[in-house]
Design a protein around this ligand. Structure first.
Ligand code: URA
Length: 231
């Protein structure tokens, strides 16, 4: 890889900023000052920028226990974003895998691997998502068959795909859906005349939000967890 591209990939600098640093004699390879941006860097080379060793950041996969009050967007003028909860270099390269509403809590995946996130969030791959739902009105047993058959959401042409509802209490249920339409869970309950008061995502595919990951905390996914998401 070219030296200037290597510097950009490691630091987030632009090509022209990387070129400038090279011209300013801030860059060494294996202890030797270098002047050419086009020089090839190999994995065993030790590249230093202004006295700091540069290292390529590989693809990253995180899970966050999203608290209420945070927004799944890169920036927002009025609310903190979920990215403010991450203490990572080049955080601007990360994106969320799908979105949770600002008031929804629970498991949220973040990555800089666009292909991976597309596979998990694309309806074609049917990755199930399970939500714990608390409602304003009592959940009646007929909701189970209505959601299994699919309901019409306001303003949409096609009914929702089959979804599994497990009633836990009068106002509490687990709902597993296999697609990710805008405000889907809230709109599904609205479609049967109820209202979601609180929403928490517990599971994505085979991956459960771990009990020891407190609200606002995040960590890297393990190899075993990544394998679970492959299905
Ligand atoms: N469905 C919703 O309505 N909101 C969410 O945050 C996630 C799914």
């Amino acid at each position: 890889m070219r030296l200037d591209k290597f510097i950009c990939d490691c630091t987030g600098l632009t090509r022209s900023q990387a070129g400038k640093a090279i011209r300013q004699k801030l860059v060494t390879i294996n202890g030797e000052l270098v002047k050419q941006a086009a020089l090839q860097v190999t994995p065993s080379d030790q590249v230093m920028l202004d006295g700091e060793q540069l290292q390529l950041i590989g693809l990253r996969y995180f899970m966050l226990h999203k608290p209420a009050g945070y927004i799944c967007a890169n920036d927002d003028p009025d609310h903190p974003t979920v990215f403010t909860l991450l203490d990572e270099p080049l955080v601007e390269r990360l994106h969320t895998v799908g979105r949770l509403d600002m008031d929804t809590t629970g498991i949220l995946l973040l990555t800089d691997d666009g292909q991976w996130s597309h596979r998990i969030s694309s309806p074609k791959h049917h990755v199930a998502k399970t939500y714990r739902v608390w409602t304003a009105d009592a959940i009646t047993p007929d909701a189970i068959s209505l959601f299994a058959e699919g309901v019409m959401l306001r303003g949409e042409k096609d009914p929702t795909k089959t979804a599994e509802l497990e009633i836990i209490g009068e106002h509490e249920a687990l709902l597993t859906i296999h697609e990710g339409r805008y405000h889907q869970v809230k709109r599904m309950f609205a479609a049967i005349g109820n209202k979601v008061e609180q929403l928490h995502r517990e599971k994505i595919g085979g991956l459960q939000l771990p009990a020891d990951l407190a609200e606002g905390e995040y960590r890297q996914l393990t190899a075993a967890e990544l394998a679970l998401l492959k299905g």
